[in-house]
Design a protein around this ligand. Structure first.
Ligand SMILES: O=C(O)CCC(=O)C(=O)O
Length: 270
């Protein structure tokens, strides 16, 4: 399902977009069930005591049902409308967050190259740890980037708590809502619980040109199982994601898998 022209313009201008209730209560309830299974069985969730963030890689690759998020026309339409229908899926992370996440971007590409789709699995408000963004901060000319402002030091710099950094927008969410943002967009969360559940899907543009291929290699040398020195048994992806893939899904997996094999041949599928 393609986004409207206005939604695409909003994302391109402000660096993020929220979609209310992309998934119905019934759908998000199985997504939460499978996420809980994944983080408990594979992600260290059993040891989470709230003192620190618990994080694991490739959350949607842990059950066959979660893998189908990459086949869902609402998800492929959302990502495809912004970075092209031939986008590359590049894994993600699953989390029990604990406390605040300071301001940061996930990338500094200087152009729209990578996006993050975020599923927040608990109702979150401005006071209870919802995602916050600085609209427009993906732009290399944004004052934060131009003047290299340390947003997390805003109390000392400006007498303003980081949570109240001027111009930031709290994106309150109810489970079933989706947020997508440009990796270059500054984001943070403040005031959350010590078990704030969230998982992501990271995607990059398909690489055609030498410039794009260079960015793709750079991206995957860090944000990938090989980048974290993790052996999946099948290179870039967990075997389940590949073994249950249709031709259409495979289209989003093939190029990252190939680049990952080039970068980390010792981790390639035997
Ligand atoms: O929800 C949060 O705490 C922030 C998420 C985040 O920083 C990220 O996914 O990069």
């Amino acid at each position: 399902m393609a986004l409207t022209e206005q939604q695409v313009r909003f994302f391109n201008t402000f660096g993020y977009l929220g979609i209310k209730q992309m998934f119905s209560p019934d759908e998000i309830s199985w997504i939460i069930k499978d996420f809980e299974f994944a983080i408990q069985e594979y992600g260290g969730g059993k040891n989470h005591d709230g003192s620190a963030r618990t994080m694991f890689g490739a959350p949607i690759e842990r059950t066959a049902r979660l893998c189908t998020l990459l086949d869902d026309p609402r998800i492929t339409g959302l990502i495809g409308s912004l970075i092209g229908e031939d986008f590359n899926y590049c894994s993600g992370d699953g989390n029990y967050y604990s406390g605040d996440t300071g301001w940061h971007p996930d990338g500094n590409w200087g152009e729209l190259f990578a996006v993050k789709v975020a599923f927040y699995l608990d109702p979150l408000t401005a006071e209870s740890g919802c995602l916050r963004v600085v609209p427009g901060s993906q732009d290399p000319d944004h004052p934060i980037r131009k003047h290299k402002i340390n947003m997390n030091g805003s109390h000392e710099l400006f007498g303003v708590a980081p949570k109240d950094f001027p111009g930031n927008v709290p994106l309150e969410t109810t489970p079933g809502d989706i947020v997508i943002f440009n990796h270059d967009t500054y984001h943070a969360a403040f005031g959350g619980s010590n078990r704030r559940r969230m998982f992501t899907m990271n995607c990059i543009r398909r690489c055609h040109t030498d410039h794009e291929l260079e960015m793709g290699h750079k991206y995957l040398s860090v944000h990938s199982p090989g980048g974290y020195n993790v052996r999946t048994g099948a290179g870039m992806f967990l075997p389940l994601m590949l073994d249950t893939a249709s031709e259409a899904r495979m289209h989003h997996l093939a190029q990252p898998a190939q680049i990952h094999d080039e970068l980390f041949p010792h981790l390639a599928r035997e």
